[in-house]
Design a protein around this ligand. Structure first.
Ligand SMILES: Nc1nc2c(ncn2[C@@H]2O[C@H](COP(=O)(O)OP(=O)(O)OP(=O)(O)O)[C@@H](O)[C@H]2O)c(=O)[nH]1
Ligand SMILES: [Mg+2]
Length: 321
């Protein structure tokens, strides 16, 4: 049995240690990971992938913790990937999240993983996609991906998740402006957390009004749900909304449509990455950049023709995570 087969067998047998090791390989960009990811793919697709995004400190982790506990009561297995854009560290724990999710961390039906984005500005960790696939094959019924909603990460999470829960909080002043500028397109469910603070009702009314104005929705109209995550209030209703939305999307075919669309984006990303990797290896190994730039400087060539020549030398595409 190959190493890849060992990983696949361990992951689908629900062995936490092997799943953790597999995610580490993926995080380290180990090219051997591609082998087991290929073999793992047929074992994926069962988990529902839930993106949770919103401003820093909005209560995303607290909400995830509560939703996960409710799902555990229903006998569901839960995977959680917390992406921390500020952390250069990977594999380890984000202390705050671990504290907030301490009880969950000892539950064998829950797998929690924190990932740093390694200095990539915005966006998901490069390996988030693959980590989610591992947790899917591992037997999670739901995989939550928590990201801080800054710039690119919102867009990225839409391209990965089956459903996106957008968390907002009252009292952020012009925050609603941010919502207007495109957030409306991203959330499938709007959660107004910290509803114990002033302004929650007004924020809810404003959101509903903006949804009225938008008028047209590809799937269900996004519900607006108020919660106080720290007191576990409204969280059961939030979960209801989430499950209802997912069921509707599945029945209407929208879930499959969305997954297909996301797959296209993923393939484009894989190919772009592979070409970039192949080009940089080629130019490093052959010193072609130096050669050609010299020729261009001497007036013997132009950058397009030089690039054409270099690309023509590629006979083997090297994939990278
Ligand atoms: N008043 C109030 N505080 C809350 C509520 N939910 C969470 N908190 C508190 O808000 C703080 C931030 O909560 P987190 O769950 O860490 O928020 P987060 O969005 O995951 O934060 P980052 O991951 O750092 O962006 C914690 O101190 C929570 O206890 C709520 O509904 N009301
Ligand atoms: Mg958090």
């Amino acid at each position: 049995m190959s190493k890849a087969d060992d990983y696949v067998a361990g992951i689908i047998a629900g062995k936490a240690r092997i799943a953790a090791k597999a995610i580490s390989l993926v995080e380290n960009g180990d090219s051997s990971a591609i082998e087991f990811l290929k073999a793992l793919y047929p074992h994926t697709g069962k988990a529902r992938i839930v993106g949770i995004t919103g401003p820093p400190g909005a209560g995303k982790s607290t909400l995830t913790d509560k939703l996960a506990k409710l799902l555990r009561k229903k006998g569901k297995r839960v995977g959680i990937v917390a992406v921390d854009p500020t952390s250069p560290f990977t594999g380890g724990a984000i202390l705050g999240d671990r504290i907030r999710m301490q009880e969950l961390a000892t539950d064998p039906g829950v797998f929690i993983r924190s990932m740093g984005t390694r200095g990539q500005l915005g966006g998901l960790a490069r390996s988030t996609h693959s980590a989610v696939r591992v947790l899917d094959a591992y037997g999670s019924d739901f995989v939550f991906i928590e990201t801080v909603g800054v710039g690119q990460s919102e867009v990225d999470i839409v391209q990965l998740a089956d459903i996106v829960l957008l968390v907002t909080i009252p009292g952020m002043g012009d925050d609603i402006q941010v919502i207007k500028a495109g957030i409306l397109e991203i959330g499938d469910i709007f959660c107004i957390n910290k509803a114990d603070m002033d302004g929650a009702n007004r924020l809810a009314a404003e959101l509903e009004m903006m949804l009225d104005l938008k008028g047209h929705f590809e799937g269900l109209r996004p519900p607006v749900v108020k919660t106080v995550a720290s007191e576990d209030k409204g969280t059961a209703e939030l979960l209801e909304s989430l499950l209802f939305h997912l069921a509707e999307d599945e029945n209407s075919g929208r879930l499959a449509e969305r997954r297909e669309k996301n797959l296209k984006t993923e393939m484009l990303r894989i190919m772009a990455k592979a070409l970039e990797n192949t080009v940089s290896r080629l130019t490093e190994q052959t010193g072609a950049l130096e050669n050609y730039s010299r020729q261009i400087m001497q007036g013997a060539l132009d950058p397009f023709s030089a690039s054409e020549k270099m690309l023509a030398q590629i006979n083997n595409i090297q994939f990278r995570l």
